[in-house]
Design a binder for this molecule. Structure first.
Ligand code: LLP
Length: 454
């Protein structure tokens, strides 16, 4: 198995993360449990900022908090000196509650509500990344009412098809996101911002998709944005000062896979931007990127306890665990493929092929199909790797299961950063209308009276 981050295998074959064995974490905090390797998150933040800064003179890295947003995570990102991408009022709220400086926040979203726009303008976020004309209307109105200048980047669809799952591909023309370069919408939006007294056009943005492992699509997107910047300068005289290439950097889900080669990514995009600047006579803009998954993906591990085991005669062996699609919907949504190990027997040779099933009422609630593992017993703890991105952030209470806790581990210490939900939490916001008060009167029930008269 390829170890992620600070993972280590102890002499007696146990999986350790951040200096703590996973069986101990499971005992102490219960399962399912999201374990986040703090040193690995920090290392990825530094790796991205460092690699890009070596390739390009002026770089701003914003962590895309949709991948994993909590107060502690926002703090960590701030400590590491990165900016933050938020894509909703809730993510903005979380950032502000954590004390994240608004002047380092980019506000995304393809359908920001008036409330969200007001919240962003009031907070004074660094940039609104504007997705469409309707948002420009909202922004202009709010800017006028608040008597504030609002600094924007325009999200463009560059017409680049990144080869990734259809649900996480966004750069192609037929997409719900962004202003199309090809049909002139992007230029019209830019003119509109330039004509506004309150909106300031700072930059151009694109995000072509997620979990991209090849470098070429990023270079193509950068080229499309720079060509647009050149057209914009020719048409209007405006030279944008920022080019934001979004996120999308792919990570390793299974052993033997590789992350996107970061050095090549950095040199490819910086080369394209330099060359386009030379060719079109443009000034070098500030380069912005918004990685989410790359920063937290491999740092996350989910621990589960094995329960029921079922052998289908002549078929598969299903090993059910105490979690599933409510804490990791990515398998059902994107056919994502994960790997798992038994935390107390990491090096034990595989003895059988099993499928790891969730506990939810869906046949599609599977975590891993057909994985070779040592023979499992109820009570064994399994670790599913690379669950740091889009697992906790996309979790649900399906079947009214409380959401798991999240712990940060570092140097032999574990700290809860999100407390495990209780059953009380799950029902806490339910309300019972007066007409449903107990005691229940049988006479008022149509079913009961139908049965009586029958
Ligand atoms: N910037 C923008 C504008 C985005 O839309 C996204 C992700 C990112 C940055 C960060 O992308 P990343 O570096 O994490 O790939 N739920 C899906 C992924 C959806 C990504 C949405 N946008 C999944 O679990 O694979």
């Amino acid at each position: 198995m390829d170890l992620r981050g600070t993972m280590r295998i102890t002499d007696d074959g146990r999986l350790e993360i951040g200096g703590l064995t996973c069986d101990r974490l499971a005992r102490e905090f219960g399962t399912p449990l999201y374990v986040m390797d703090e040193d690995d998150i920090r290392a990825r933040c530094r790796e991205i900022a460092g690699t890009l800064s070596r390739a390009y003179p002026d770089v701003f890295v914003a962590y895309a908090s949709k991948a994993f947003s909590t107060l502690a995570m926002c703090r960590l990102v701030h400590q590491e000196g990165l900016g933050l991408d938020v894509a909703s009022g809730g993510e903005l709220y979380t950032a502000l509650q954590a004390g994240f400086p608004p002047e380092r926040i980019l506000f995304h979203g393809n359908n920001k509500s008036l409330d969200e726009v007001e919240m962003g303008v009031r907070a004074g976020v660094l940039r609104f990344v504007v997705d469409n004309m309707y948002e420009l209307d909202l922004l202009e109105g709010v800017a006028r009412r608040f008597r504030k200048r609002v600094h924007v980047q325009l999200r463009l669809t560059p017409g680049v098809d990144a080869h990734t799952h259809g649900y996480i591909r966004t750069g192609q023309l037929d997409s719900k996101f962004g202003l199309s370069i090809v049909n002139g919408e992007a230029m019209a939006a830019a003119r509109r911002v330039l004509a506004s007294e309150l909106l300031v056009l700072e930059g151009l943005h694109c995000h072509i998709g997620s979990q991209i492992l090849a470098v070429e699509p990023f270079g193509m997107a950068a080229a499309a944005i720079m060509d647009f910047a050149s057209d914009l300068k020719r048409n209007t005289g405006c030279m944008v000062r920022e080019v934001n290439l979004g996120g999308g950097l792919g990570v390793r889900y299974r052993s033997g896979e590789e992350r996107i080669p970061l050095g090549k990514y950095a040199s490819a995009i910086s080369r394209v931007i330099r060359e386009k600047c030379l060719a079109h006579g443009l000034e070098m803009p500030r380069l912005m990127v918004e990685p989410g998954r790359y920063i937290v993906g491999e740092a996350g591990t989910t621990l589960y306890t094995v329960g029921a085991i079922k052998q289908v005669p002549g078929g598969r062996k299903y090993v059910a665990v105490d979690g599933g699609l409510a804490d990791n919907p990515r398998v059902a949504l994107y056919q994502a493929s994960y790997e798992a190990v038994v935390v107390t027997r990491v090096l034990a040779p595989p003895e059988e092929r099993v499928s790891i099933a969730g506990r939810h009422c869906e046949s599609g609630d599977m975590l891993i199909w057909d994985i070779p593992l040592p023979r499992l017993q109820p009570g064994d703890v399994l670790a599913v790797l690379t669950t740091g991105a889009y697992n906790y952030s996309m979790s649900s209470n399906y079947n009214r299961y409380p959401r798991p806790a999240v712990v940060f581990v570092k140097g032999g210490m574990a700290d809860v950063v999100v407390a495990r939900e209780s059953y009380q939490d799950v029902a806490a916001r339910d309300r019972i209308p007066a007409r449903l008060e107990l005691p229940y009167e049988a006479s008022s029930s149509s079913c009961a009276s139908a049965a009586d008269s029958a």
